[in-house]
Design a protein around this ligand. Sequence first.
Ligand SMILES: CC(C)(COP(=O)(O)OP(=O)(O)OC[C@H]1O[C@@H](n2cnc3c(N)ncnc32)[C@H](O)[C@@H]1OP(=O)(O)O)[C@@H](O)C(=O)NCCC(=O)NCCS
Length: 330
Amino acid sequence: MQAIVTWLVNARSWLSPVLFVASAIALLTAWYCKPVPASAIVEGECDCNYIGPLETTIGRRGVGGGTMGAGDGIGIIAPGANSGSVYGIFAKVLRLSEEDFDSLRKAGAPYKVGVHDRTIVTLVGASGRGIAYQDYAERVLRLRNETLAAGLGMLVLASGLFFLRAPPPAPIRKASAADFAAILTIINDAAQAYKGVIPDDRWHEPYMPAEELQREIAAGVAFWVALEEGRIVGVMGIQDKGDVTLVRHAYVASGKQRSGVGTKLLRHLQNLTRKPVLIGTWAAAQWAIDFYVRNGFIVVSHAEKEELLRKYWSIPARQVETSVVLRKAA
Ligand SMILES: CC(C)(COP(=O)(O)OP(=O)(O)OC[C@H]1O[C@@H](n2cnc3c(N)ncnc32)[C@H](O)[C@@H]1OP(=O)(O)O)[C@@H](O)C(=O)NCCC(=O)NCCS
């Protein structure tokens, strides 16, 4: 859904005008789409020997007293006085189906043909069945209503797109003591992603008890929070370790992930330090590794990881074993 909205926001500059023009064309077409009066239809009779789709370009010929236009389309071929055959194309508004053709053929010759503006609008066979004026008029009105609905639909869509705005970028600020509960909630909500993925002996619920978060803050992890409409949607910590800076506890609310919040927080934290940045995460959390790699980090070698985790982190040996460390690519 988020991806669709982003696409629409990006495409709105050209999509909205295109839809406005398309809707204007459809509305104008609907406006002019009305049955011609019966008096404007020239009637004639013919002994058609073919009724169906035309497969070739037809020439200019007279049918039933009218003059036919040239073009490919559905039509009739009837014996003609001069050339042996005369051709006609049905008006597009009739939108004839295979069923219609069948019924027209069954109606049998001779046919009464009604022509307007060089196209056939009515055709009634000897049995009295076929497309009489009433049927023609109903088909035109149906087409007009459909075109009108399509035009109005596109107009609504175009107007919606015109007013569509991207949600404002998530502002980022340093967390205060008042944010503690919200940070804890985001961490434990987002950490659900680890359940069944990281080793079972490393999983516990809640993933981050309040006392542990308290200890981390006391140990120097400074949290930053990303807000959307005033609510915290992502958290990330930074910890100074002398010659390096660690990025700790990166979590984005489960409903807000993959919309750029994590990237903004990470970039923000990187700008706060000139020291090399190191990040540790679970080896099994491939999505998190992908997230950091996408942001220019690389996974360090096994030997380097062992050394770095022991030097800069205070985590149990089992966690060292099941983690990876990433650093900024050179
Ligand atoms: C990892 C995390 C912090 C990233 O924040 P985010 O706001 O979701 O990330 P962004 O939107 O800035 O970047 C999205 C990219 O991260 C990666 N990514 C994030 N979540 C992913 C997921 N569930 N599956 C696969 N890739 C994912 C992808 O590379 C993604 O790019 P894509 O959507 O084009 O494929 C967040 O997804 C999260 O809280 N995950 C659960 C907890 C976690 O793993 N924390 C890491 C602790 S070190």
